[in-house]
Design a protein around this ligand. Structure first.
Ligand code: EPZ
Length: 440
């Protein structure tokens, strides 16, 4: 079984590059399918969810190639199918974007009800309500969603919940729908803006993205375009939080500091010193963080995707922290594993009460079925004294590019093993020079 072995307690120091945003990549790739010609997408992370997205394109007949590291060329001209195979679609949540993209482009799409992390019920009723408002027939049978329309027409759509996925999916469909579509109570996440920018680069007409009212004037066709996607603020947040827990001094590169504000503000409150530069953030931390209260909210609130790593950090804070998860009903999988390291966490429904302890101790942990909860275990392992082994990295691989290499580059002792036959002992990863040192 794949596993990460972390010998914790080492401060993260130096500079670490952040990859392109997963949740932008998995939306921009289907958007490229809507064009009449090829598009070139830059800053695309090499992660499992991107590879699944590309397999889905292949199943639709769409051609793609990596023309350089992190640069994808997508040619949608050979599109010949409107069906996402169940086995692929169920692997990731974002397979639902093919519904909006193909409904706009060819008036029909079939995709399985989406999969993804196990973080609670994940309905797509708002997506379907929006497609219906645009004039599509929507049906769900044998686990597949089928959307089809002979004629679409722009509409005013009020989203009952603030949904990133529904906002993007409806923007995609509406971009090629005659007339004007107005999305009210839209999500404001930076990747919503990123997708709108790409649609506009393709000749679309989208205004208001980044606010809660988005207006889309449908155009007859979209052409291929060049677009580089925005940096992954959750990856950046994960490493900043790890630096905060290890007494590090870390420069996180290739970020938009403004996108990180909700996380930066809370880390400052916890006692970290953070300096923002044009495209980088430097975080310095000493000693234990202060306890803080965190409540997840849609952007620009504190992101749910950064909640698990933040919870891991607060296990070693001075004082008692309260973390409230308002987006997903089941996003504390990491709590039980962190308890094995000595964390004192009590979870009641959507709230975790964390009584900070002086330190965590390394342990053998099970990679849990939510990618950010897995990231929380990595943060725990980096903070803890001794050796932590995290078994089962499938979820982590969905969203973090080259995590072990990046962490090793800033002073962490992290090694990854994918070979089932390797028998591993903690000393296998200890460089000689560290043996016997306190904290090593
Ligand atoms: C996106 O999921 C992200 N995934 C998630 O990131 C992220 O946690 C989430 O947004 C919130 O920021 C992708 O972009 C692929 P939502 P999404 O629709 O779009 C409810 C990660 O770790 N809802 O904004 O599926 C829903 O149940 C992943 O990278 C409805 O009720 O999330 C939730 O409570 C995990 N009906 C809330 O809205 C709907 O039709 C927000 O969900 C849609 C959503």
């Amino acid at each position: 079984m794949s596993r990460l072995v972390i010998h914790g307690g080492r401060p993260l120091t130096g500079s670490l590059p952040v990859s392109g945003r997963k949740n932008s990549a998995v939306a921009v790739i289907p958007a490229a399918v809507m064009a009449t010609g090829p598009s070139t997408l830059g800053n695309i992370p090499d992660i499992a969810d991107v590879r699944t997205s590309l397999q889905i394109l292949e199943a639709l007949g769409v051609r793609w190639e990596w023309t350089a590291p992190h640069t994808l060329r997508i040619d949608p001209r050979p599109l010949r199918s409107q069906r996402v195979p169940a086995a692929l679609g169920k692997r990731m949540r974002a397979s639902y974007y093919i519904l909006g993209a193909l409904l706009g482009r060819i008036g029909e799409a079939i995709a399985p009800l989406p999969g993804g992390d196990d973080i609670g019920q994940r309905p797509i009723d708002q997506h379907l309500k929006g497609f219906t408002a645009l004039g599509a027939e929507v049906s769900v049978a044998r686990g597949d969603v089928h959307v089809a329309a002979t004629r679409l027409q722009g509409a005013r759509i009020y989203l009952d919940v603030v949904s990133v996925g529904a906002t993007i999916n409806l923007m995609l469909a509406a971009a090629l729908t005659p007339g004007v579509t107005i999305l009210e109570n839209a999500a404001r996440e930076p990747h919503v803006v990123d997708v709108a920018n790409f649609l506009n680069a393709m000749g679309g007409y989208v205004t208001g993205a980044g606010s809660d009212v988005i207006k889309i004037r449908g155009v007859e066709e979209l052409h291929g375009a060049e677009h580089a996607i925005i940096p992954d603020e959750i990856e950046a947040a994960t490493y900043m939080i790890a630096a905060a827990g290890t007494g590090g001094d870390l420069q996180v590169e290739n970020v938009v500091p403004q996108h990180l504000e909700p996380v930066t503000a809370k880390l400052r409150e916890a006692g970290c010193e953070i300096r923002e530069e044009d495209e980088a953030v430097r975080i310095r931390a000493e000693g234990r963080p202060r306890a803080i209260h965190v409540k997840t909210l849609p952007y620009p609130g504190f992101p749910t995707d950064a909640q698990p790593p933040m919870t891991a950090l607060l296990t070693v804070a001075e004082g008692t922290s309260v973390v409230t998860e308002t987006i997903w009903e089941n996003r504390f999988h990491h709590a039980a594993e962190l308890q094995r390291m000595g964390a004192r966490i009590r979870v009641e429904e959507r709230t975790a009460v964390i009584q900070g302890t002086e330190r965590l101790e390394g342990a053998d942990l099970r990679g849990v079925s939510d990618l950010r909860s897995c990231a929380a275990l990595v943060v725990g392992g980096l903070i803890a004294r001794g050796t932590t082994r995290i078994f089962g990295l499938d979820y982590l691989d969905r969203g973090y590019e080259a995590m072990a290499e990046k962490l090793a580059g800033v002073g962490a002792f992290v090694e990854r093993f994918d070979d089932d036959n390797v028998r591993l002992e903690p000393e296998d990863i200890l460089p000689d020079s560290l043996e016997g040192r306190p904290g090593a």
